[in-house]
Design a protein around this ligand. Structure first.
Ligand SMILES: Cc1cc2nc3c(=O)[nH]c(=O)nc-3n(C[C@H](O)[C@H](O)[C@H](O)COP(=O)(O)OP(=O)(O)OC[C@H]3O[C@@H](n4cnc5c(N)ncnc54)[C@H](O)[C@@H]3O)c2cc1C
Ligand SMILES: *[C@@H]1O[C@H](CO)[C@@H](O)[C@H](O)[C@H]1NC(C)=O
Ligand SMILES: *[C@@H]1O[C@H](CO)[C@@H](O)[C@H](O)[C@H]1NC(C)=O
Ligand SMILES: *[C@@H]1O[C@H](CO)[C@@H](O)[C@H](O)[C@H]1NC(C)=O
Ligand SMILES: *[C@@H]1O[C@H](CO)[C@@H](O)[C@H](O)[C@H]1NC(C)=O
Ligand SMILES: *[C@@H]1O[C@H](CO)[C@@H](O)[C@H](O)[C@H]1NC(C)=O
Ligand SMILES: *[C@@H]1O[C@H](CO)[C@@H](O)[C@H](O)[C@H]1NC(C)=O
Ligand SMILES: *[C@@H]1O[C@H](CO)[C@@H](O)[C@H](O)[C@H]1NC(C)=O
Ligand SMILES: *[C@@H]1O[C@H](CO)[C@@H](O)[C@H](O)[C@H]1NC(C)=O
Length: 580
C-alpha cells in the first residue's frame, strides 16, 4: 500500500523541509560536552542515495487540511483532506501510514500545544483548521521505510556519525509516545510484512521443534489471526486489529485474553531476528545471544535494537466459550457489578477465564471449559445483567478467529482522539483476603463514584500459565496478579496545556490510590501512567539491573532511547522536549 502525503527525499523535498521555520533537526545529546550540530544537507543527501528511495520525508497526516504548514503557506488540498477526514478514527487508515499515531496526542508537542489535528468527534469541523497553523509537532520529519537489515545498519552508522536522534515505529499504538520523537530520523518497520508457518520450527542452535509462526515486525494482528486460522492454529495475541505482533507488544510483555492459560507474548516468543545498535544482525533465542533474548522478553521495544521478525509458539485450533453481558449503567448497579466480579475473580481465574470487564458488562472467554460448565460458571454475571434489563449471551465459538471477528472488532479501543491510560497489576491477595478485598473495594468505589470514571479491567494476567522461573524480564508482579486494571484520561483536540496537564494529574492520582494498596506490585510498561514514579521498579522489579547491563552491552553509545525505557536518559534529553 502506498503512503500518501510523503515523498522520497530529493533536493526539492529537502529544500522544502529546510525552509520550514519550526522544524528543527534534533541532534543526540545536545547539552554539555556531547553537543552536536544536526546533519547537513549533504549528509542527508548521501544517506538518501545510499538508501535508494527508502529515506523519506513526512508531514503530519492532517496537513492537507491546513493552509499553513510549518510556517509556510501551502494551501489546503480538499481531495487529500477529505481522505484524512474519512479515515481519521479508523485504525485501518492510520496503521499503514507513517505519520499518524493511534492516539494523536503523540503527534503533537504537548508542552507547547503545537499540533496539526482534526476534531476527532467530527473530523469535518472546520474550526480545527480555519485560521490555525499545522505544526510538525512530534512527527519525525524523516523516516526510513525499512526493508532489510542493511537499512537499519546504515541508520545506526548515520546516527553515530551525525548524532541525529533515532526513533523506531511499527504501528504507532504506543500509549506513551515512544514511537516518535520531534526532529528524529525514524526507522519504520511497518512494511516488514512476511509471515510463515512451521509445524516443526527449530530455534537456531537448538534441537527441539515447535509449532510456530514467524512474523515480520510490521504485521498487524488482524492479518496474523487470519494467517493462523488459515493454517488451523491459534496464536495468542492482543485485543486490536492493528497492534504489531513482533513490535513493542511482545517486547513489553504482550497480554491477550488467552494469557491466563497460554501466557504472555514474552512467554511464547521462541526467537527474534534483530539488528543491535553496534550494527550486528543477530539471532536471539535460548541458544544464541540468550542475554539479549531474555532482555527482549519484557525489557521493551525501541531499546535493544530494531527487530526484523519474531517467531511465536502457536497452539492447535481451539474452541472457545464466550460470555458477553451488558446492561445500562447506574451508580448503584456499577458498584454492585464490580463487587460481583471481584468476588467471582478467584474462581473464574482458576477455571481459565480471561477477558475485558467494565462496570456495565464484560466479554470473557475460556479455552478449558465445556459450554455447560461455562454457563454454570458465569451464571451470576448473566443473572445480574438480566436483572438490570441488560443482555447476556453464553456461546461456544469454533476458533479464535471466529471470536475475534464477531466480538473484538466492534469492542476494541477507539483511535483518533487524544487518550492516556493509568494502570496497575492487581495482586491475588486483594481478591482473596477479607482485608485486601475491603481496601480494593474502597478504591474501586472511589474511582466510580468520586471520580466518575468507569474502569477498564483487562483480565489477562498469566495466572494459570506454568512459566519457567527467570525466563522473562517483565516484572514478576504479572505472575501474582489477577487483573491488569486500567482507566482512561482524554481531552479534546484543541485542549489547552493546562487541561491536558489536569488529565495526567488525574490519572496519576487514581494510580497512586492503587499503588498505595499494592505497594509490592507493579505496572505494565506498555500501558502505564506516562509519569510512573519509580518506573524501573514498577515495570521490571528485580530484573532492572541485569536489563541495564544488557542495554549497555548491545548499545554502548546509547543510540536508542525512549521514555522510561531501560537506560532512559531522562527528561533533560532534547528528544523529550514535548513531554509536559
Ligand atoms: C488501541 C490499543 C489497544 C491495545 N491493546 C493491547 C492489548 O490487547 N494487549 C497488549 O499487551 N497491549 C495492548 N496495547 C498496548 C500495546 O502493546 C503498546 O501500544 C505497544 O507499544 C504497541 O507496539 P507496536 O509496535 O504495535 O507500536 P509502536 O507504537 O509502533 O511501537 C511501540 C514501541 O515499540 C518500539 N518498536 C516498534 N517496532 C519495533 C521494532 N521493529 N524493533 C524495536 N522496537 C520497536 C517503538 O520504538 C516503541 O517504543 C494497546 C494499545 C492501543 C493503543
Ligand atoms: C491534491 O492532491 C491530489 C492527490 O494527491 C493531487 O492529485 C492534486 O494535484 C492536489 N491538488 C492541489 C491543488 O495541490
Ligand atoms: C459533518 O459530518 C456530519 C456527519 O458526520 C454531517 O452531519 C455534517 O453535515 C457535516 N458537516 C459539514 C460542514 O460538512
Ligand atoms: C538436545 O540438546 C540438549 C542439550 O542442549 C541435550 O541434553 C539433549 O540430549 C539433546 N536432545 C536431542 C534429541 O538431541
Ligand atoms: C485442525 O485442527 C484440529 C485440532 O487440532 C483438527 O482436529 C482438525 O482435523 C484440523 N483441521 C484441518 C483442516 O487441518
Ligand atoms: C426494567 O424495565 C422495566 C420495563 O421497562 C422497568 O419497569 C424496570 O424498572 C426496569 N428495571 C431496571 C432495574 O432498570
Ligand atoms: C501446570 O502445571 C501443573 C502442575 O505441574 C499442572 O497440573 C497443570 O496442568 C499445568 N498447567 C498447564 C496450563 O499446563
Ligand atoms: C475547541 O473547539 C470547540 C469547537 O470545535 C470550541 O467550542 C471550543 O471553545 C474550543 N476550545 C478551546 C480551548 O479553544
Ligand atoms: C491530584 O492530587 C493532588 C494531591 O492530592 C491534588 O492537589 C490535585 O488537585 C489532584 N488533581 C486531580 C486532577 O485530581
Amino acid at each position: 500500500m502506498s503512503v500518501v502525503f510523503s515523498h522520497p527525499v530529493s533536493f526539492a523535498a529537502l529544500g522544502f523541509l529546510f525552509a520550514l521555520s519550526s522544524v528543527t533537526f534534533a541532534a543526540g545529546a545536545s547539552s554539555g560536552a556531547n553537543a552536536r550540530s544536526p546533519p547537513t544537507r549533504d549528509q542527508w543527501m548521501a544517506l538518501a542515495d545510499e538508501l535508494d528511495g527508502r529515506l523519506r520525508t513526512a508531514l503530519p497526516v492532517s496537513s492537507p487540511c491546513f493552509d499553513t504548514v510549518n510556517g509556510v503557506h501551502v494551501g489546503r488540498n480538499e481531495t487529500e483532506c477529505a481522505i484524512v477526514q474519512q479515515g481519521y478514527t479508523s485504525p485501518l487508515f492510520r496503521s499503514p501510514r507513517f505519520s499518524p499515531q493511534m492516539n494523536p496526542n503523540w503527534e503533537t508537542c504537548q508542552k507547547t500545544a503545537a499540533k496539526c489535528l482534526l476534531d476527532s468527534s467530527q473530523p469535518n469541523n472546520s474550526v480545527a483548521w480555519e485560521g490555525v497553523e499545522c505544526d510538525q509537532g512530534s512527527v519525525p520529519p524523516y523516516y526510513i521505510d525499512v526493508q532489510s537489515a542493511i537499512d537499519i545498519q546504515v541508520a545506526f552508522r548515520f546516527a553515530r556519525e551525525t548524532g541525529v536522534v533515532l526513533s523506531v515505529k511499527a504501528s504507532g499504538h504506543d500509549l506513551k509516545g515512544r514511537s516518535g520523537a520531534p526532529g528524529s530520523l525514524s526507522l519504520w518497520t511497518r512494511n516488514l510484512d512476511e509471515m510463515s508457518y512451521s509445524a516443526n520450527f527449530v530455534p537456531e542452535g537448538g534441537n527441539e521443534s515447535f509449532l510456530a509462526i514467524t512474523l515480520g515486525a510490521g504485521v498487524p494482528f488482524e492479518d496474523v489471526y487470519e494467517f493462523a486460522d488459515a493454517n488451523n492454529v491459534t496464536i495468542i495475541g492482543g485485543y486490536h486489529q492493528t497492534i504489531t505482533a513482533s513490535g513493542g507488544w511482545v517486547m513489553g510483555g504482550g497480554h491477550s485474553i488467552l494469557s491466563p492459560v497460554y501466557g504472555l507474548g514474552v512467554d511464547r516468543v521462541l526467537q527474534f531476528r534483530i539488528v543491535t545498535p553496534d550494527g550486528q544482525l543477530r539471532v536471539a533465542n535460548k541458544f544464541e545471544n540468550p542475554d539479549l533474548f531474555w532482555a527482549l522478553r519484557g525489557g521493551g521495544g525501541g531499546t535493544f535494537g530494531v527487530v526484523l521478525e519474531s517467531t511465536m509458539l502457536v497452539e492447535p485450533q481451539m474452541k472457545l466459550q464466550v460470555v458477553s453481558v451488558n446492561f445500562p449503567q447506574t451508580p448503584e448497579n456499577a458498584q454492585q457489578f464490580l463487587k460481583l466480579i471481584v468476588d467471582q475473580t478467584p474462581k473464574w481465574s482458576n477455571e481459565g477465564w480471561g477477558g475485558h470487564m467494565r462496570s456495565f458488562g464484560l466479554i470473557n472467554v475460556n479455552p478449558l471449559l465445556t459450554l455447560e460448565q461455562a454457563k454454570e460458571s458465569v451464571q451470576p454475571a448473566v443473572d445480574f445483567a438480566l436483572s438490570q434489563n441488560g443482555t447476556a449471551v453464553v456461546e461456544e465459538l469454533p476458533s479464535w478467529q471466529a471470536f475475534f471477528s464477531k466480538y473484538v472488532v466492534s469492542a476494541e479501543f477507539d483511535v483518533g482522539a487524544p487518550l492516556i491510560l493509568g494502570t496497575r497489576l492487581i495482586p491475588v491477595d486483594l481478591f482473596t483476603t477479607e482485608a485486601g478485598k475491603a481496601k480494593f473495594s474502597d478504591v474501586l468505589n472511589n474511582i466510580v463514584t468520586q471520580f466518575n470514571i468507569t474502569p477498564y479491567i483487562i483480565y489477562g494476567t498469566p495466572y494459570l500459565f506454568n512459566h519457567t522461573e527467570g525466563s522473562t524480564s517483565v516484572t514478576p508482579a504479572w505472575r501474582n496478579s489477577l487483573w491488569h486494571m486500567s482507566y482512561m484520561g482524554g481531552w479534546a483536540y484543541n485542549a489547552s496545556v493546562e487541561e491536558i496537564w489536569a488529565q495526567y494529574e488525574l490519572i496519576s492520582n487514581l494510580t497512586q490510590m492503587l499503588r498505595d494498596i499494592s505497594p509490592e506490585s507493579g505496572a505494565y510498561s506498555n500501558e502505564a501512567d506516562v509519569y510512573e514514579p519509580n518506573h524501573e521498579e514498577s515495570f521490571w522489579g528485580d530484573n532492572y539491573p541485569a536489563l541495564l547491563e544488557i542495554k549497555r552491552r548491545y548499545d554502548p553509545d546509547g543510540l536508542l532511547d525512549c521514555w522510561q525505557c531501560v537506560g532512559w536518559k531522562g527528561l533533560e534529553d532534547d528528544r523529550y522536549n514535548c513531554y509536559l
